[in-house]
Design a protein around this ligand. Structure first.
Ligand code: F6R
Length: 244
């Protein structure tokens, strides 16, 4: 696993954007696996700037997202479709027809069948990952058993707490989501994990300071991937005593 320590969030975002940019320039028809949440926002802003100012071309790029809340329509301002449009797709020259975020409303089984069929047809060049305070990736919550394929997941209380900051009240946070499974994530050609913030210290410690791989902290699985990059801020690295 390659670990890059960035001096701050801005540098972390630029370094993550460098990796995605290289993939897009090497293969303008690649498929990007994308994440929502705070972690990749700076990287998305940087990719949008490079598209606008440096000719980084997304016109033939495809994308598929990790997850979507169950119960939120695409127009809901906290849905992950809305997040992707407003944080990235509306600011780059991607064809939205080539972007896929699983459906959060309607029949869950039918939505999952569609999500699995989409994933089966894609070779994801890089899967971007943020990390939950409980170590989740996508919405694969900690547990004795993880699931390989796209599935419905009940969100942990700690995830609901963490994501309540985006909603008017905690009660409004959806209790479940559809998510890629860990097998879907591991099938990507490369993994790019972006991690910062003191609330991720326990997950970061298990990821970087131990040899353990455990379903109780799903991000530890990225250790098994043959082309896995973690970008961590200096602040968090120092907090857990990680030395590059
Ligand atoms: C988002 C996702 C989640 C987040 C994680 C971290 O699509 O799958 O795993 O990456 O909850 O969220 P932030 O970045 O907001 O701390």
């Amino acid at each position: 696993m390659k670990v890059i320590v960035a001096k701050d969030y801005a540098e972390q975002s630029r370094l993550a954007a460098d990796l995605v940019e290289k993939i897009v320039r090497d293969d303008p028809e690649c498929c990007l696996g994308l994440a929502t949440g705070s972690s990749p926002v700076g990287m998305y802003q940087e990719l949008a700037r490079r598209c606008r100012e440096e000719g980084l071309d997304f016109s033939r790029v495809q994308s598929v997202n990790l997850d979507e809340y169950i119960g939120l329509a695409p127009e809901h301002d906290q849905s992950y479709r809305y997040f992707m449009d407003s944080n990235l797709f509306d600011h780059i020259n991607i064809d939205k027809k080539n972007t896929y975020v699983a459906k959060g409303i309607g029949d869950v089984e039918a939505n999952l069948a569609e999500f699995r069929a989409v994933l089966a047809g894609k070779d994801v060049a890089v899967q971007v990952l943020g990390v939950g305070p409980d170590g989740h990736i996508g919405f694969n919550e900690p547990g004795e058993q993880l699931y390989c394929s796209a599935h419905q997941e009940l969100l942990d209380e700690s995830t609901i707490d963490a994501n309540a900051r985006f909603f008017a009240t905690r009660d409004e946070v959806p209790r479940s989501a559809v998510t890629m499974g860990v097998g879907d994530i591991m099938r990507a050609k490369r993994l790019l994990t972006i991690i910062s913030g003191s609330n991720k210290a326990e997950a970061a410690r298990l990821l970087l300071m131990s040899d353990v791989v455990t379903g109780q902290c799903p991000v530890t699985l990225v250790k098994l991937h043959p082309d896995s990059t973690v970008v961590i801020t200096r602040e968090l690295a120092d907090m857990i005593g990680y030395k590059a």
